[in-house]
Design a protein around this ligand. Structure first.
Ligand code: CTP
Ligand code: MG
Length: 836
């Protein structure tokens, strides 16, 4: 039995003549999708697996499929004869391009066997001399194939050997997804043994010493594992001591380690290679000279065996000394190793002679947390999902650790400056100063993409929607860092069948009852503009913006507005109660005219004025005609009714218009507390939200306005009737209407579908503004409206809104928050009946 070991992150190239049994072998040992065959590709492009004229196209396709699979990290086998060097070279190039290991498997059967098999086949319409020619091309030596670039080469040169094969798929050395920690990742130690011992102690490790008092191990009582992120040695006072401890810990299973560039160079120095004795290596070598030869050898071999990067915890954590871009996680190649050890550099040097590094972390979009060291930085700052833990201990900074998965940092200060830095410990050199964390990438939002949300699995955005949103976002909206949320659209109730009503509470009661909701809250619908307010206790850095992310006020007015809100929230004790220094509120800002003055003047006022003037003149003319005895009674009647409609239309918008100056006359009516430091609040019942909001409003009724509300028990006929009457009173007064929501807030129906978070029931007079002054004369036609799309849009936008808030609260990188915020705006460009 021959055991063949094939790396899981790899490409396997079968080599053999026709009839050597490649396809049979592949079918026996590999999955149906793992094998990509040239025959199959010929079939796909030519409907004929033997059409040699289709070979170029077939191999194009084969290379494409193999490339896509390798990019996705899938184990892939190529079933083709692969007898020419150039055929193999193109496959090796593919493996290299995707940083996976290529293996060659040669199936070599005697020509006679292949010929016999060939003659038994009806699916190969060519002569046996093809086989003879091919046989001469079969590579016979392992060495030659290795030289071509294959990492593993297996020659199977008899039928028996081919039949007796056992295939074992081996994980790469960097694949430690089976380790789950919890971990304590420690940044560059550089021989600072004393600080390391202090740090381990602070992390809760018990230091174990040998009989002469040297630290040889450290163990955590909770079974935690330390991770050394490389650069244990050089520059500091006791590199051998640090090595001894790290070696002891890794061998006892109390730590894992990856190499840094300094270990790399130390190995070469200990190997006797001529390396320049700079950057503290000279100190390490003189310290090591005082150790035994045995220790030096042991240390060198320990360093040599370290794997350049590790993928841990089911792929959720990646560690590499200089960090690692996502495309390289779990891969193996020279450039992956170089990136792990040295980082990605531009090839240029800065004014201190240090390499200029490319800002890979700012472009990082991966899900895995990446922990690394290498570049001393004064503070610990998460950049996207990555953290550099090198805080320059040896240069007089700190030795730092991160507890994973807790994400808590622990630091100890350097006891002194052990080594003068070439350049002052300052923020990392910027290859591109404009690109810092928080800088977004167009690729994040443009084109077709989808966003995974915790409420509904995924929300798709089409390219044209994204393009529309980009226009609004880049030209009119506040900077993305200020927009943690955009509010969703809301569907109205289904059309009423009652005489004189297009919308009526009946449909809200029945729709929610059908979804299994037992109690709803009816909230007065203030006629203003939807507003999101991010208010901070200190009054700084907040924002007040519209549903498309535009600021309502200029900066000084915004600051004054937020100050007043902050004072009200503070006075109401709500910051303290929710243990937060900030809140994001969903609200309505009044008057409507504040934002919509153009719309009011150019459309509503103009239509109203023209209708009133025109109909008054028509009425006058009809009066004269009637006085002359003409029969215009019906026309007079309908003109009079139209004049009433026009008057009602003008009255409907005028009540939402009042002058403001600065903040005078501005009122905010919050109706939901979206999020604070402690979390998002969509699962708190509306009664909880409204009670807190009432207290905030009471603290400054000048600028804040309460939201009237009524709770309705849908199982109780009298309660429904009271709800209907409440709405009739609201709209009878010309009010805009109400919004009905499940009293419990976020709700699911019996089939685990998200229930509409709210439905609007607008009043008959207000609807004149939407459907026209005389819409009540066309009710039959207007009732025929389809809400399906609007409701689906409302649900998707709601899920996106929650998602962005959750990401914001969790401190996720800006691009992750913005992705969801941006998608809300993108969905808003869907062509939906704007009157809904
Ligand atoms: N075959 C066999 N015994 C084996 C292997 C293969 O009898 N141990 C037969 C198969 O059933 C098939 C023929 O030999 O009829 C060729 O085998 P196949 O696996 O198709 O060979 P390939 O190398 O894939 O040939 P080609 O390059 O023509 O696709
Ligand atoms: Mg075949």
């Amino acid at each position: 039995m021959t055991t063949i070991r094939l790396p899981m992150m790899g490409l396997v190239v079968l080599i053999g003549t026709t009839g050597s049994g490649k396809s049979t072998f592949a079918a026996t040992h590999f999955g149906p999708f793992e094998t990509v065959s040239s025959d199959y590709c010929r079939g796909l492009v030519a409907d004929d697996v033997n059409d040699q004229s289709a070979s170029t196209a077939a191999f194009d396709l084969l290379h494409h499929i193999v490339g896509v699979r390798l990019a996705r990290g899938r184990f892939t086998v190529v079933d083709a004869t692969n007898l020419t060097r150039s055929a193999r070279a193109s496959l090796i190039a593919l493996a290299k391009e995707h940083d996976v290991l290529p293996s060659a498997l040669v199936l070599d059967v005697p020509t006679q066997v292949a010929i016999q098999r060939h003659q038994a086949r009806t699916d190969r319409p060519f002569g046996v001399d093809v086989i003879r020619r091919q046989r001469a091309q079969v590579p016979r030596g392992v060495g030659a194939l290795r030289k071509e670039g294959f990492r593993n080469v297996y020659l199977l040169d008899s039928e028996q050997e081919i039949a007796d094969v056992e295939i074992v798929r081996t994980p790469l050395l960097n694949d430690r997804r089976d380790l789950h920690g919890p971990f304590d990742a420690i940044g560059d130690v550089h021989g600072c043994l004393s600080e390391l011992l202090t740090l381990l102690d602070r992390l809760g490790y018990r230091i174990i010493r040998d009989d002469v008092g040297r630290a040889v191990d450290a163990e955590h009582p909770d079974g935690r594992t330390a991770i050394f992120l490389g650069d244990l040695v050089d520059r500091g006072p006791d590199s051998p001591g640090v090595l001894r401890l790290a070696m002891g810990m890794t061998r006892a299973g109390h730590a894992i380690a990856i190499p840094g560039n300094h270990e790399q160079k130390l190995i070469r120095a200990l190997d006797g290679t001529n390396v320049s004795l700079r950057h503290g290596l000279e100190l390490t070598l003189s310290q090591l000279a005082r150790e035994s030869e045995e220790f030096r050898d042991d240390a060198r071999e320990w360093c040599r065996e370290l794997v350049a990067h590790l993928v841990l915890d089911d792929g959720n954590l990646v560690v590499a000394h200089a960090g690692l871009k996502e495309a390289y996680h779990g891969r193996a190649s020279g450039r992956v190793r170089a990136f792990s050890l040295y980082g990605d550099t531009t090839g240029e040097s800065d004014e201190y002679g240090l390499p200029v590094r490319l800002p890979w972390a700012e472009d990082y979009r991966g899900r895995a947390v990446v922990l690394y060291g290498h570049t001393p930085t004064p503070t610990l700052d998460w950049v996207n999902n990555t953290l550099c833990l090198d805080t320059g201990c040896v240069f007089g900074g700190h030795l730092s650790a991160l507890r994973y998965p807790e994400r808590e940092t622990v630091q100890v200060p350097a006891e002194r400056v052990w080594y003068e830095p070439v350049k002052p410990l300052a923020p990392a050199p910027e290859a591109s100063p404009a690109r810092r964390d928080g800088q977004l990438d167009l690729e994040d939002v443009l084109g077709a993409h989808s966003i995974e949300t915790s409420t509904i699995p995924r929300v798709s955005v089409r390219p044209e929607q994204a393009a529309g949103a980009l226009e609004v976002m880049s030209r009119f909206a506040l900077p993305p860092g200020k927009l943690a949320y955009l509010p969703p659209t809301m569907s109205p109730v289904p059309a009423s069948t009652r005489e004189g009503f297009l919308e009526h509470p009946d449909q809200a009661w029945s729709a929610y009852a059908a979804a299994g909701v037992r109690e709803v809250v009816c909230q007065e619908k203030h006629m203003g503009s939807r507003a999101v307010v991010h208010v901070r206790r200190d009054g700084e850095e907040g924002a007040a913006y519209t549903r498309t992310g535009r600021a309502f006020f200029d900066e000084p007015t915004t600051a004054a507005f937020l100050d007043r809100l902050a004072a009200a929230v503070t006075a109401a004790g709500v910051f303290d109660e929710l243990e937060t220094d900030w809140l994001i509120l969903d609200a309505e800002l009044l008057p409507w005219s504040l934002k919509a003055v153009g719309l009011l003047q150019e459309q509503f006022a103009a239509v109203g004025a023209a209708a009133r003037a025109g109909l008054a003149a028509a009425g006058g003319a009809l009066d004269l005609a009637a006085a002359r005895g003409l029969d215009v009674a019906r026309l007079r009647e309908s003109t009079a009714r139209r004049a009433e409609d026009a008057a009602a239309f003008s009255a409907a918008y005028r009540r939402y218009v009042w002058p403001v100056s600065g903040l005078d006359g501005v009122q905010l009516a919050p109706f939901q507390i979206l999020a604070g430091a402690g979390g998002t609040y969509e699962e708190r019942p509306h009664a909880w939200h409204l009670a807190l909001i009432d207290r905030i409003v009471a603290a400054d009724p000048g600028v804040l306005r309460p939201t009237r509300r009524l709770f309705v028990d849908l199982d109780d006929e009298a309660s429904r009737a009271a709800g209907t009457q409440w709405w009739l009173d609201l709209v009878g007064d010309g009010g805009e209407g109400m919004v009905v929501k499940p009293a419990a807030n976020l709700s699911w129906d019996a089939k685990r579908r998200l229930v509409q978070p709210g439905m609007k029931v607008r009043g008959p007079d207000y609807l004149r503004l939407v459907y026209g002054p005389e819409y009540l004369s066309h009710l039959d036609r207007l009732r025929d409206r389809n809400l399906t799309h609007k409701r689906s849009l409302a649900t998707r936008e709601y899920a996106l809104g929650l998602e962005s808030l959750r990401r914001f609260v969790a401190g996720e990188p800006l691009w992750r928050i913005h992705e969801a915020v941006f998608a809300v705006l993108a969905l808003e460009s869907e062509p939906v009946d704007p009157r809904l």
